[in-house]
Design a protein around this ligand. Structure first.
Ligand SMILES: [Zn+2]
Length: 473
């Protein structure tokens, strides 16, 4: 059930997000429980629901929605870019946001304290890995994944289907289930939508993803895409029926359709009437051409509801995130910031620093001047150059920086949308990523090549133009 759309810039009513973050953490600690698992009706979701329902005047500009375990409030918008709050059982997330990926409930190389210091709002758990070890039954007896790994902010679990398919030998996809074999052990596993929900309900994350029929975006098999798209809808209905903790956990549906825009639109049309708390765009970021990538994101976002969170799965390159925010996306996840850190690559505003390079051997500067992360406050590029890919602590130090870089990028995006200067932010961001002339002391390499005429890649300019932003050269 959706609340009536309402008017007004809620910025004044909303506390500054930094304040609310600290306040929430200290409230939780003060409350003694720490898990947010209260039943006294004073939960975050109840408060957000009351706030939305008591909000006066109506407007079609700023929409909101109330689900049993999630409240979405759009607070400002610039062109298609959106600034919103998504309140879940454990945490009120400020959108747009980036979500680091934890494997067994932990993000590689980082402690929960590191993640809190970086101001991470939500971490992903991999259902497949968690079910392998320690198993969802044990996690449930420990009071859920939040308690088990000591994480107080929000959590999201994937369906497990993607990992199972990508890590295993796929044996069969039928209407009933997906069956695969672990190449290492030879064990065969069958995953149904019902089992997927049971495992995710035991794990207890704030947001759960429906089991979808995943086909690689480079498969180039129209028939298989079509079959998978319609099966994803049927499986989603089974997931909805099997979901047993609707008061604490919210189920998101996933738009499929391969690279076929008509199929993407059809998928949206089938999913939206199911009135889920949120929607994801799946099946992308798998090596497809960028021109296809942004057109599929655009076609899906155009048809997803204005008053629900929109999550584009598997996106972690800053340029891609900025483009997707411009097209109207709110949530992103990727292993990229922590994975690339383990290979000694740091993310900065002008691109990537490959710290193994000899150019950093005598560089006494921090990774990025002005960065407020624990690594930049203390260590030089020269020191990191000496230890990257050699000492395990180097992975952690560079991960601390990269995750904080991503959080700061999202903070800047949110602030820009709030102040109606997102377009100016995009111009400035892209100029730094794709400069005509690089400063002599800037050793960063770009994420991707500029065009030969020195302008940002064609796909970036085309996607932004569709979002109403004409990139200045
Ligand atoms: Zn830093």
């Amino acid at each position: 059930m959706d609340a009536a759309p309402r008017r007004g810039n809620n910025n004044k009513r909303r506390r500054r997000e930094e304040d609310s973050f600290e306040e929430f953490v200290s409230d939780e600690e003060g409350g003694g429980g720490g898990s947010g698992d209260d039943d006294d009706g004073s939960s975050l979701v109840s408060s957000a629901r009351a706030r939305v329902l008591s909000s006066p005047p109506l407007s079609t500009l700023l929409a909101s929605s109330i689900s049993p375990a999630l409240v979405f409030e759009l607070s400002s918008r610039e062109k298609r870019a959106r600034r919103a709050t998504m309140t879940t059982h454990h945490f009120a997330c400020q959108l747009p946001m980036f979500m680091p990926v934890g494997t067994q409930g932990s993000v590689k190389g980082l402690t929960a304290l590191d993640l809190e210091n970086a101001r991470v709002q939500l971490i992903l758990g991999n259902t497949y890995h968690l079910e392998q070890r320690p198993g969802s039954a044990l996690i449930e007896t420990m009071g859920g994944l939040h308690n088990f790994v000591s994480w107080k902010q929000a959590m999201l679990t994937d369906s497990g289907g993607f990992q199972m398919v990508s890590l295993s030998d796929l044996l069969e996809v039928s209407e009933h289930a997906v069956t695969f074999q672990d190449p290492a052990t030879g064990n065969t596993t069958t995953l149904t939508p019902e089992h997927c929900m049971q495992v995710q309900n035991r794990i207890g994350a704030d947001i759960m993803m429906a089991l979808d029929d995943v086909v690689s975006s480079t498969a180039n098999d129209p028939k298989r895409y079509e079959e998978a798209t319609y099966r994803t809808t049927r499986w989603l209905k089974r997931c909805i029926a099997a979901h047993k903790r609707t008061d604490r956990q919210s189920l998101f549906g996933i738009v499929q359709g391969g690279l076929d825009l008509a199929l993407r639109r059809k998928s949206c049309e089938e999913l939206v009437p199911l009135n889920l708390p949120g929607y994801a765009v799946g099946g992308l970021s798998g090596g497809e051409d960028k021109a296809n990538f942004w057109r599929c994101v655009d076609a899906s976002l155009e048809l997803l509801p204005e008053n629900k969170p929109r999550y584009v799965m598997g996106v972690g390159y800053p340029v891609d995130i900025v483009v997707c925010v411009a097209l109207g996306a709110d949530m992103f996840d990727c292993v990229y910031p922590t994975r690339t850190a383990r290979f000694g690559t740091a993310m900065v505003s002008s691109g990537l620093l490959k710290l193994r390079s000899r150019s950093f051997a005598n560089d006494m500067r921090p990774i990025e001047a002005g960065c407020d992360c624990a690594t930049c406050k203390r260590y030089t590029r020269a020191y990191l150059h000496t230890i990257v890919t050699r000492e395990p602590v180097a992975s952690s130090l560079v991960s601390v920086h990269n995750v904080r870089y991503m959080m700061r990028l999202m903070e800047q995006i949110r602030e820009a949308i709030e102040n109606n200067r997102f377009e100016a932010f995009v111009q400035q961001f892209m100029r730094k990523q794709f400069p005509r002339v690089r400063a002599n002391d800037d050793y960063a390499v770009p994420y991707e090549k500029m065009e030969e005429d020195g302008r940002a890649p064609v796909w970036v300019r085309e996607a932004l133009a569709k979002a109403g932003i004409a990139l200045k050269s």
